[in-house]
Design a protein around this ligand. Structure first.
Ligand SMILES: [Zn+2]
Length: 284
């Protein structure tokens, strides 16, 4: 089974995770820019984080045979903090970089006027830089947040096929399916969505425009949830081709719209940077 995790925060994960992911079939991933779990207090904090997402982290992933890409944005939560607002001026520079395959995560957290403004501005940036967009849907009041997100996307002039609405569930999937946008699902150990519910949604809505991710981060999460969903699909009677479509070809098609995916030569873990201890990341 070949797997592309379209949403996972590897900066918060260990090398053990990279090894287990490779073993499970993960060969590529996208790491969306998001918050730290606590507030950032200056723009410099974003600069270092963004540099890591296009520098150190892809390099770290490559050592374990995994292609790393990222998305860049001012996340919805920090859109409310005036100290973080100048990040919007930094973004155009990062949106030009190789390995940046979308604008995201954007969208709503608490649905404030500040979030409205930052969301719309970043959709305009996506249009300007010709990039797809990853939209986070809020955890509270998800249905209303999703409806409003779809309105903002419609107003932006972005074609729906260039937008994914993520963290969907049984309540929100229908309106996104009808919008023409892509549908993203985060499979978690004990909240939101699990692999069996995911299989039921795939039965009802089919495999087209469907993205399944682990959204693993610094909270309780599981970077192998993509694989577990693939296994659950097979157990439920989906074919290997269906699984390949959902776990590989769909994310390739969606993020491929950036023109920046690098999936050509397969990586061979361990041998890639042999003989160069600096590149191998050996601590100085
Ligand atoms: Zn996330």
């Amino acid at each position: 089974m070949r797997i592309f995790d379209p949403h996972i925060h590897m900066t918060s994960r260990t090398t053990d995770d990279y090894e287990r992911m490779y073993e499970a079939g993960v060969r590529a991933l996208v790491e969306p820019a998001f918050w730290l779990g606590q507030p950032r207090t200056s723009v410099g904090s974003f600069v270092d984080y963004f540099d890591g997402l296009v520098g150190w982290e892809p390099f770290r992933a490559a050592q374990f045979g995994i292609r790393h890409h990222c998305t860049m944005a001012l996340n919805p939560k920090e859109a409310n903090d005036p100290r973080c607002r100048p990040v919007l001026e930094l973004l155009p520079r990062y949106l030009e970089k190789d390995g940046v395959v979308a604008v995201g995560e954007v969208g709503y957290d608490s649905m404030t006027p500040e979030e409205d403004e930052v969301f719309a501005q970043q959709l305009a940036l996506a249009l300007e830089h010709d990039l797809p967009v990853l939209v986070h849907t809020p955890h509270r009041d998800k249905a209303e947040g999703t409806r409003r997100s779809l309105d903002v996307v419609r107003e932006s002039g972005l074609p729906p096929e260039r937008v994914v609405l993520d963290h969907l569930n049984e309540v929100t999937v229908k309106m996104v399916a009808e919008s023409g946008c892509w549908m993203g699902f985060s499979i978690y150990p004990d909240t939101k969505m699990d692999e069996d519910r995911m299989v039921a949604i795939l039965r009802e809505y089919g495999t087209e425009r469907m993205l399944v991710n682990s959204a693993a981060d610094w909270g309780r999460s599981d970077p192998l949830k993509t694989r577990r969903t693939g296994d659950a699909m097979l157990a439920a009677g989906f074919t290997e081709d269906d699984v390949d479509r959902v776990l590989w070809r769909n994310p390739v098609e969606f993020y491929g719209q950036s023109g920046r995916l690098t999936l050509d030569a397969p990586l061979d873990p361990g041998t890639l940077f042999e003989g160069n201890s600096v590149l191998r990341g050996t601590p100085a």
